[in-house]
Design a protein around this ligand. Structure first.
Ligand code: GLC
Length: 622
């Protein structure tokens, strides 16, 4: 049972999430009550077979979307033509692919909706053509927003924009952009378990889901009362705050974001709105968020909190899953379980959780931490557009200097992220500033048996790649139950930090230069699971450079200890008149030659243990 300290009346009205009567683009009808907050079909496109141009078995239409995003396709028919292996040929503009079946759903008693696995992006609102080649006897083809990128109605856009563009937010964003490197801390009750439950590793846990240690409760579907008991032994060392702040300083991290409440619902701060917190439920009995906040302020490090608003396995009920599913089923949309507690949900509603725990706790954090810089929301799941907006607004109204990340939901973040352990490609144009969050092994929370630590070089490579593309890196540590940071990860970070301190000019306050990099292929980092499975193998050569820029300086970053002649092609004649060339950290001015092939110079004296060096090229101010 949930134990919320303050109880407003239990909201009995089930969150009638969701329902849609008509959509402007569809002719679908759903027989459920209307709720303006959640219009599932607002951004659908329905293409009727009767409107298609037909050539053999190929059907073509033109269409346009209201909102560029990721979409999936569904074919509606009266017979289940697609079983397991059949695929259809799809062409959308220049994108061509074989679509294979994800799932068949039955709707309206006799219609089959076949949803395909492929996710594709539609990047603009211009007219496009789509064709499908299939022998299936279908009625219509539907283009549906992919569940991971909910599309807002635009209803809150102006109000959001006014807040987002306020001086406070823009100043905060500027400070954030200059910081470049932050420390993420995943720490909570699960840290004591180290990725094992009753002797079984989370990787062998019986239930699907991410194999990261903070998902312990989910992976083993631990009943809430059993999980709650973990609080009784959570008694970290008093030195936690001081130690991690020292580490952040050593590495050159300018901000810290700590899990004030992760998906398990446990708050590391003193909350009046839940007893499942550090002060009420643990022998530690003190507010460790406040301790870390104070330690950060003392050392001049910006402080932010992660807060799982969408998922709360202790008090968040089933995260609104059943309501959403009911509606989706009637429309033939697949409902992703989205990490919700379906094994032992609390008896309240998800909406009452928001009212009685999530919103109040956000207010508490904002009151308790006046110099807070960032709230990093997560677990969006089935948060509605109105709820996501409410979180954003709540933060702004209490402290407009606090940034909010993308995962608050819909388009309400002040900045973006490319996804966990993902770096956007250099050619991707993002409409907002961005940050990549990354792990130092393959888990966020402490996993005692994962020693696949990313080497200092690997970490630095990601950082440099991110810098060259103009983003921030939020790099994680997962302390154990005592609050100790695994030694190898701390060492690796410190090694990387040596390079950062030495080359600080090429890091802080820089922006992307016109050319992000030369010499190497695109980044390999494509998600936590991807890196875990593939490992990291990469050689860097003296021809590889990443660039950053500040005022009239360009920094060419190499991840080698080159001795001898180098050529930087992107700085060839015509790309800027050069005033001076030197290696960062040394006073020696280098002789150089700029011609049509590039900038040539000779490097000497890079220490053998250096992770790389940086050439600072000062351009003439013309
Ligand atoms: C995912 C995971 C979560 C982790 C986060 C970090 O959302 O659910 O455990 O905190 O990514 O970005």
């Amino acid at each position: 049972m949930k134990r919320l300290k303050t109880h407003t009346a239990i909201i009995c009205s089930l969150f009638t999430a969701s329902i849609v009567l008509y959509s402007c683009t569809t002719k679908e009808k759903a027989n459920v009550s209307e709720n303006k907050h959640f219009n599932q079909t607002d951004n659908w496109i329905v293409l009727d077979k009767t409107d298609a141009t037909k050539e053999g078995h190929t059907f073509s239409w033109t269409f346009e979307v209201k909102t560029p995003s990721d979409y999936v396709l569904q074919l509606v028919s009266t017979e289940a033509y697609f079983k397991n292996n059949e695929s259809v040929k799809i062409k959308i503009g220049a994108q061509e692919f074989e679509a294979s079946l994800l799932k068949n759903h039955l709707i309206n008693g006799n219609e089959i909706v076949s949803e395909f696995k492929n996710i594709f992006s539609i990047k603009n609102t211009e007219k496009q053509t789509l064709s499908i080649t299939t022998e299936a006897d279908f009625k219509s083809l539907r283009i549906i927003p992919h569940y991971k990128k909910p599309i807002g109605s635009g209803k809150y856009h102006q109000e959001w924009l006014a807040m987002h563009q306020s001086k406070e937010k823009q100043d905060a964003l500027q400070r954030f952009k200059e910081a470049k490197l932050g420390m993420f801390i995943h720490w909570g009750l699960y840290s004591q378990a180290g990725g094992l439950w009753k002797g079984t590793k989370i990787n062998n846990a019986p239930h699907p889901g991410p194999k990261v240690a903070e998902w312990l409760m989910y992976a083993f579907q631990i009943p809430r009362e059993d999980y709650r008991a973990l609080a009784k032994t959570f008694n970290p060392d008093k030195s936690f705050a001081e130690n991690v702040v020292k580490l952040a300083k050593d590495v050159g991290m300018k901000y810290i974001v700590i899990t004030s409440k992760h998906h398990d619902g446990f708050a590391l701060f003193n909350s009046k709105h839940s007893e499942f917190d550090m002060v009420d439920a643990t022998p530690y009995k003190a507010d460790i968020i406040k301790e870390l906040y104070n330690a950060c302020l003392e050392e001049g490090i910006d402080f932010g909190v992660y807060y799982s608003h969408g998922n709360d396995w202790m008090d968040g009920s089933d995260g609104n899953y059943k309501n959403i599913k009911k509606v989706n089923d009637s429309l033939g949309i697949y409902t992703h379980p989205n990490g919700k507690n379906l094994w032992d949900p609390s008896e309240n509603t998800h909406e009452s959780y928001l009212e009685n725990k999530a919103y109040p706790q956000i207010k508490e954090l904002l009151t308790m931490l006046p110099e807070l810089r960032l709230i990093w929301f997560d677990g969006t799941g089935f948060t509605t557009e109105a709820q996501a907006f409410q979180f954003y607004k709540l933060v702004y109204e209490r402290n407009p200097n606090v940034l909010v990340n993308r995962r608050v939901g819909y388009a309400f973040g002040d900045y973006l992220d490319a996804g966990d352990n993902k770096i956007p490609s250099a050619s991707e144009t993002l409409e907002k500033y961005w940050e990549t969050c990354g792990t130092t092994n393959n888990s966020w929370g402490y996993k005692s048996y994962d020693d696949d630590w990313k080497s200092p070089k690997e970490l630095l490579y990601y950082f440099v790649d991110i810098l060259s593309k103009g983003g921030n890196y939020l790099l994680n540590i997962g302390p154990d139950g005592k609050g100790h940071v695994p030694e190898t990860s701390a060492e690796n970070l410190r090694d990387m930090g040596k390079w950062i301190h030495q080359n600080a000019d090429a890091v802080y306050g820089t922006t992307r230069w016109k050319t992000p990099n030369e010499g190497q292929e695109e980044t390999l980092l494509d998600g936590t699971g991807h890196r875990a499975a593939k490992g990291f193998k990469r050689d860097f050569t003296s021809k590889d450079f990443w660039f950053t820029a500040k005022e009239h300086k360009v920094y060419a970053i190499s991840l080698t200890q080159t001795e001898g002649d180098i050529l930087i092609k992107s700085l060839k004649k015509g790309e800027g008149d050069i005033e001076q060339v030197k290696v960062l950290g040394s006073d020696k001015i280098l002789s150089w030659n700029q011609n049509k092939n590039g900038l040539q110079t000779t490097i000497t004296g890079v220490p053998k243990d250096a992770l790389g060096y940086v050439i600072e090229v000062t351009l003439k101010n013309n």
